[in-house]
Write a protein that binds this ligand. Structure first.
Ligand code: ATP
Length: 237
């Protein structure tokens, strides 16, 4: 196994003010790692920084062992992230309501084999290629958002709140697909998720953030069994 993503001593935030402090985090290739924590802990801020949308205020980020740099412009940072093989499924899914699923995928690649591989984990989506994203259900949109990220053949896949607005049964179907993606593609996946047991069930390891600092980390199965630790991490009891 090699390291897909590593950040060391990372401070992240807005307008120069850190809301995430001294984050040390590693995701190996082929590994799913959950980033957990209560509302406002800094999970989304972390992902936005790892995909270059926000600048790192301090510390370093390496993708595949290569330093990410800290260009001033968001366009440069996000371009660098894409070049390094980072794909980010944002909380709002970032789809264009007026474009079909096929058009979304074509924006990423014209290679049919790659598109077919990106669609393979999602049989329902294969039936909806000519449907506009705005007319899809939440679950179908989420499948499209992940398939589009896969079409970019990522080395690092960042997924923010995949379960948001989805029925539990859809989440139960989608999350194992994430683990398969990591195994089959060899991508390192960092998964932000409020549905903690479901996220831990598909992850190898997890980090728990609270008020911008890591308060617990370890093997996902061990954390899943330690309800007390998880509850106190979330509620600060
Ligand atoms: P949630 O689970 O509610 O999505 P989160 O763990 O993803 O929470 P973040 O969205 O990263 O948390 O927010 C971390 C902190 O940064 C919060 O205190 C939040 O209010 C603050 N924050 C988020 N976006 C901005 C912004 N654009 N400008 C200033 N502060 C922000």
């Amino acid at each position: 196994m090699s390291t897909a993503l590593a950040c060391t001593g990372l401070d992240a935030g807005y307008d120069g003010i850190a809301v995430v402090h001294g984050l040390d985090l590693v995701v190996e290739t082929g590994e799913v790692v959950a980033l957990l924590g209560p509302n406002g802990a800094g999970k989304t801020t972390t992902l936005l920084t790892l995909s270059g949308v926000l600048p790192a205020l301090r510390g370093s980020i390496e993708i595949g062992g290569v330093p990410f740099g800290s260009a001033r412009s968001v366009a440069r940072r996000t371009r660098t992230a894409v070049r390094h093989g980072v794909a980010h499924v944002t909380e709002d899914r970032g789809l264009f309501p007026g474009l079909t699923a096929r058009e979304h995928l074509r924006l990423v690649t014209r290679d049919r084999d790659i598109v077919n591989r990106a669609l393979a984990p999602f049989p329902p989506l294969q039936e909806l290629l000519d449907r506009k994203a705005g007319l899809m259900s939440g679950g179908e949109q989420q499948m499209l958002a992940v398939a589009r990220a896969l079409a970019a053949q990522p080395a690092v896949l960042l997924i923010d709140e995949m379960s948001l607005g989805l029925a539990p049964i859809v989440v139960e179907q989608l999350l194992p697909v994430v683990r398969d993606i990591a195994t089959e593609l060899g991508a390192g996946v960092l998964l932000v998720e409020q549905q903690v047991p479901a996220a831990l069930a598909v992850s190898a390891r997890a980090y728990v953030l609270r008020r911008g600092r890591i308060v617990a980390t370890g093997d996902a199965a061990v954390l899943a069994a330690d309800r007390e630790l998880l509850t106190s991490s979330y509620l600060g009891e």
